[in-house]
Design a protein around this ligand. Structure first.
Ligand code: GLV
Length: 329
């Protein structure tokens, strides 16, 4: 029977799926609700056939070496998998799975929270109120920028980008996007979205929401030049991965009011946040909560578990990101 390492207690129904499929004795669960220390991880992965992993685990050559040749699959409980060196896994025949779809709408909701929160200065306004600074209604108090009727730019028009675009209909927005490939025409029509090049996206977006995966092509794609090209009234929202945005350049752009505001759920070196960003009033900062609802986190855990169960029952795991390692490719 396959032996599975689970690196942190996750939703009980997912653990139950694993116990039912593999037997309670085959599940090695790191019981503490904390990131498993690296040494402990490397020690416990040795001899395992499968791993239920979180974004906090770096799955690299050292990890795979520690696991040994028996490791066959790493099921990541996240849609993004930049914590995993996929080519290294593929080379060793280790399948990698992720959890797409189940978190799309939840993450799109959060992006919209940041769009409105940053445009209307929610975080700054709440700090003002809690600090006892609110003395009177004033026509100029904490004015922000409108969202309704504006142009929404989307960088990365995958599942989440499209879910964000769908919500824009209710806000009467024009939607433009930049993506490696163009969406099918009927999808573009349904979303009322137009594909543009990056300079046009930067120049014309009132709100720019980032939804591309992190990779060589997107690392630091939004830096000093990009912020100079944006409108001074523009709002940037990032719910994808921190390193897509150059944080130092963003902090300088926010402090110099080159753009109006930003809403960030992800950071270059989580959980640390750039000191200059913490100095900015015009940024809403969240601790990577894109998919953080009870229901979605449970669905993500169940999806990761389902990938492990399918794989060891000889079926294709539904969410394999390196299918070339599976029999039949
Ligand atoms: C969260 O960031 C995810 O990739 O699921």
């Amino acid at each position: 029977m396959a032996r599975i390492l689970v690196t942190r207690p996750v939703a009980e129904p997912a653990l139950e799926m694993l116990r039912n499929a593999f037997g309670a004795d085959a599940i090695d669960l790191y019981e503490e609700d904390a990131i498993i220390p690296r040494e402990e991880l490397l020690r416990r992965v040795a001899g395992k056939d499968g791993v239920f992993a979180l974004l906090s685990e770096k799955v690299d050559a050292e990890f795979l070496e520690a696991a040994g040749p028996g490791l066959r699959i790493v099921a990541n409980m996240a849609v993004g998998y930049d914590n995993i060196t996929v080519p290294e896994c593929s080379q060793r025949g280790v399948a990698v799975t992720n959890t797409p779809d189940v978190l799309t709408e939840t993450t799109a909701d959060l992006a919209w929270g940041l769009i409105i929160g940053a445009s209307r200065r929610f975080a700054e306004a709440e700090r003002f109120l809690r600090n006892g600074e609110w003395k009177e209604w004033s026509p100029t108090l904490l004015c922000g920028v409108d969202v309704y009727g504006k142009t929404l730019g989307i960088l990365g028009m995958g599942r989440i980008g499209q879910a964000v675009a769908r919500r824009a209909t209710g806000f009467g927005m024009r939607v433009i996007y930049h993506n490696r490939s163009r969406l099918p025409e009927d999808t573009e029509r349904a979303l009322n979205a137009e594909r543009v090049d990056l300079p046009t996206l930067l120049a014309e977006s009132d709100i720019l929401s980032v939804h591309c995966p992190l990779g060589d092509a997107t690392h630091g794609i939004l830096g000093a030049e990009a912020f100079k090209a944006m409108k001074p009234t523009a709002v940037l929202v990032n719910t994808s991965r921190g390193p897509v945005v150059d944080e130092t350049a963003l902090a300088e752009a926010l402090l110099a009011k080159e753009i109006f505001a930003a809403g960030l759920d992800v950071f270059e070196r989580e959980p640390s946040v750039h000191a200059r960003l913490l100095e900015c009033d015009n940024v809403v900062l969240l601790p990577h909560l894109g998919s953080a609802t009870y229901a979605t986190r449970q669905r993500m855990a169940e999806t990761a578990a389902a990938n492990l169960v399918a794989f060891f029952s000889g079926k294709r795991p539904p969410n394999c990101v390196n299918p070339e390692v599976l029999q039949g490719g």
